[in-house]
Write a protein that binds this ligand. Structure first.
Ligand code: NAD
Ligand code: MG
Length: 400
């Protein structure tokens, strides 16, 4: 088994190749008074603020060294002041080098990516190239550019750690349990979003405000709408395939309205391991930023002295066609996952800001997928260009 060791000034890395028993790297935290130094992209968002909570609580183990946000400059400045961060960047697509600059800061150990869309793709690649670890909350980057990210990771001393709660749960369930061929399937749990109990008739007239009322999680607006259409779970199926190197047929979605079980792994002996906690992103963020150490969490534990029901049921793909479309895109591979993501972004934006009916979101995605005629680009420049073309195509298909 290939075994890469690197001793840096204040840390020891030990990394194993993803082949057999030891599929996960073993890593030691910085020694003595060393702190893990974190760059946070998307510091003013929902995952960004949960990350700041974790860093605030564990200031003896974590240090914020760089932050970026897409807007809200005064908020960003307040974060820089509070954490004594000297490197902060206010970023728009034109200013993309700013994200790459931060992601490759010599003093950074790990880059937590909590931006939306594929804005941070170049920064993720640059971080890996510079040997940094990447803690990925953002899923669109892996869905659209997974092949580029995986290739960069293979050459890097750093690696990609999952912060999306389902994937973080799977990561935890697999640790110490994965041997060649041992995984039967990954079970991604889904809250079902704001409309999980609605009928098709009722879905015709739902509003943006309705879609933004998520029953369990407080998140940014785009992902909240993605939960309502279940496109989020579709993106997460693709993300899981990329992260854990499993076949599309090995991924199932289970609706679990309480959002206590964050995902499960079924092994070939039919035994299932699940990860549970209250629904807060701070668990997954802290798990990765402190990995492999465990320290006191921000939220209290589950209270088993009180009655608690955990329900599981299959998803309704007729009511939520985005799930079917994502699965088909995953199975087709190539340009399709990127196209699914690009079309979804355009459709969700049109739903939120331009009055596109809710049920037209999957319809637009399906039309784009039926007409896409590009092949999967193998450079980041081409990929960004192709993504823009697909988005332009989706925009043309908006008729309402
Ligand atoms: P959000 O909209 O609350 O925050 C996004 C952050 O990124 C903001 O700080 C914004 O200013 C910044 N940003 C957006 N575009 C940018 C750009 N071009 N350049 C620099 N900064 C930019 O979003 P969120 O809910 O925190 O989600 C962030 C990512 O994490 C998404 O990919 C989402 O799917 C994923 N995620 C979120 C949650 C959650 O609980 N919110 C859970 C799992 C995964
Ligand atoms: Mg998730």
């Amino acid at each position: 088994m290939e075994n890469i060791c690197r001793i840096a000034e204040d840390k020891t890395y030990k990394k194993y190749s993803a082949t057999d028993e030891n599929i996960y790297p073993f890593r030691l935290m910085p020694k003595v008074d060393g702190r893990r130094r974190v760059v946070l992209l998307g510091a003013t968002g929902s995952v960004g603020s949960s990350t700041l909570e974790v860093i605030r609580k564990h200031g003896d183990k974590l240090q914020l060294v760089g932050i970026a946000g897409g807007s809200r400059e005064s908020e960003l400045n307040a974060v820089a002041d509070e954490f004594g961060v000297s490197e902060s960047v206010l970023f728009s697509r034109d200013g993309e080098p700013g994200l790459e600059y931060l992601a490759t800061l010599p003093e950074a150990d790990i880059v937590l990516v909590a931006t939306t869309g594929t804005a941070a793709l170049r920064a993720v690649l640059a971080a890996l190239e510079a040997g940094k670890d990447v803690a990925l909350a953002n899923k669109e980057t892996l869905v659209a550019g997974g092949h580029l990210v995986k290739a960069a990771e293979q050459k890097s001393a750093g690696r990609v750690f999952p912060v999306d709660s389902e994937h973080n749960a799977i990561f935890q369930c697999l640790e110490g349990n994965r041997t060649h061929g041992s995984i039967k399937r990954l079970l991604l749990t889904a809250s079902g979003g704001a409309f999980r109990d609605k009928t098709l008739e009722e879905l015709k007239n739902v509003t943006v405000d309705d879609a933004l009322l998520h029953p369990n999680w407080s998140m940014g607006p785009k992902i909240t709408v993605d939960c309502a259409t279940m496109a989020n779970k579709g993106l997460e199926m693709i993300e899981a395939c990329r992260l854990f190197d499993v076949e599309p047929s090995q991924i199932d979605v289970v609706v679990h309205p309480q959002s206590i079980v964050h995902s499960m792994v079924e092994f070939c002996d039919n035994s299932i391991i699940a990860q549970m906690s209250k629904p807060s992103m701070t668990f997954a963020i802290q798990h990765i930023l402190m990995y492999p150490e465990r320290k006191e969490g921000i939220h209290e534990s589950l209270d088993f002295s009180k009655m608690m029901n955990l329900e599981f049921r299959p998803p309704d793909e007729k009511l939520f066609p985005c799930l079917r479309l994502a699965r088909q895109s995953l199975e087709a591979g190539g340009i399709y996952p990127l196209s699914f993501n690009a079309a979804n972004e355009v459709a969700v934006d049109a739903f939120m800001h331009r009055g596109l009916p809710f049920l037209s979101i999957p319809a637009i995605i399906e039309e784009v997928l039926e007409n896409v005629h590009y092949s999967l680009p193998d450079t980041v420049d081409e990929l960004i260009d192709t993504e823009s073309r697909i988005q332009a195509d989706a925009l043309k298909r908006l008729t309402f």
